[in-house]
Design a protein around this ligand. Structure first.
Ligand code: PLP
Ligand code: COI
Length: 365
């Protein structure tokens, strides 16, 4: 019996499974499949109607049926999460999944959407993963990416919070997020556009933040760069985060990352890196980092490593930075020692191959 602690009380999850003849083909080589292009056979969904979540069900993956006036399509009332499941040694493992559902609720509050019961959501996800266990790849470097999503579905053209919502979870087997794999990525520092400002919605994982970044992303791609590094919106001076990652810079023996100022996402990988590096005895600080300090540090050799981190990308070494029409190479374009160590440690813990002293890993049993 699965239940919510909210007003709904107990809620069963209805099961409507595809017959085995209709199951999809799995990708032949997951490590070569572009990120997020293949979806599993089933999904979870439930609806919020009349002030309550109801109709929880696991059913075949299918198109949504939405009224063309659904509020999410016009005014962007939509939020999501990103998490991963690993299948190693016969076990299916999740990494800090409760944090994602807590953050989904924080995003919901900011976007005036209803919360979900985090225990119920986790139990629904585990149930879905048991149905889809064949979809959790076991190849080194692969995982099953999980995308919980909530959208406002009420049909209404007046601007208001929706009274109706759909929450669903879809699954996609993935290899590396970047085409480069775990190789240094080139990032483009945007001086023209900004992503978010304190008081806005930058700290929420809401759809419009990603749409707001697309134009700068296209400009980055034009000069051969795969991600945009955003500056603060007021002074255009301090590092904020990368398109899909938080950012860390190593200055000699100090590891620094921008503080949670209200305009960046509070990354779960960021938090894990802070914990790991503090425990390694590193001098790790959350502080403002100006772009001038970074450029000077690259020139003087003080900046020895730079990396982004996030669920999809894991740990991505930054090999070069494009700033004001000039490219600056970091770590000679190679992966730094600390970056490599953190990648190995984090992926080792996530996949159950290394000891997890933090209790981060949750087994789907
Ligand atoms: N910042 C942004 C904008 C993101 O999309 C992500 C990815 O989720 C992150 C940071 C990293 O967050 P997390 O480590 O929780 O995946
Ligand atoms: C994640 O890392 O899970 C993200 O949400 C990034 C993404 C937008 C692909």
């Amino acid at each position: 019996m699965y239940h919510t602690k909210n007003a709904v009380g107990y809620m069963n999850i209805k099961m409507n499974l595809t017959s085995s003849d209709n199951l999809k083909q799995k990708p032949a080589d997951i490590l070569k499949t572009p990120f997020g292009t293949v979806f599993s056979d089933h999904m979870f969904s439930m609806e919020y109607l009349g002030g309550q979540w109801k109709g929880a069900s696991i059913h075949p993956y299918r198109d949504l049926s939405l009224n063309p006036a659904a509020l999410c399509l016009h005014y962007g009332q939509g939020i999501f999460e990103g998490m991963k499941a690993y299948h190693r040694g016969g076990r299916t493992l999740l990494f800090r999944p409760e944090r994602n559902f807590i953050r989904l609720n924080e995003s919901a509050t900011r976007m005036v959407m209803p919360e979900i019961d985090t225990d119920f959501a986790l139990s629904a996800l585990k149930k879905l993963l048991k149905v889809e266990s064949d979809w959790v790849p076991d190849v080194h470097g692969s995982s099953l990416y999980i995308r919980p999503t909530m959208i406002g579905t009420e049909a209404r053209l007046g601007v208001k919070p929706s009274d109706e919502y759909l929450f669903y979870i879809i699954l996609s087997p993935v290899g590396p997020y970047f085409r480069e794999g775990f190789s240094p990525v080139k990032i483009f520092l945007s001086t023209e556009h900004v992503r978010a400002v304190k008081g806005g919605v930058g700290a929420a994982k809401t759809m419009g933040n990603y749409a707001a970044g697309l134009l700068a992303g296209v400009k980055a791609a034009d000069v051969g760069h795969s991600q945009v590094l955003w500056m603060d919106a007021l002074e255009h001076k301090y590092l904020e985060e990368v398109g899909t990652m938080n950012i860390f810079v190593k200055f000699d023996d100090e590891l620094a990352t921008p503080p949670l100022s209200g305009s960046i996402l509070s990354g779960i990988t960021r938090d894990s890196v802070l914990t790991l590096t503090k425990d390694m005895g590193f001098n790790v600080v959350e502080r403002k980092i100006s772009i001038d300090e970074v450029i000077e540090g690259i020139a003087s050799g003080k900046v020895t490593e730079m990396f982004g981190c996030g669920t999809a990308a894991i740990i991505a070494p930054v090999g070069s930075l494009w700033f004001k029409n000039k490219s600056y190479t970091i770590s000679d374009g190679n992966t730094g020692e600390l970056t490599q160590h953190l990648f190995d440690e984090l992926t080792g813990i996530q996949s159950g191959e290394r000891e997890d002293p933090y209790g981060w890993v949750v087994e789907v049993d």
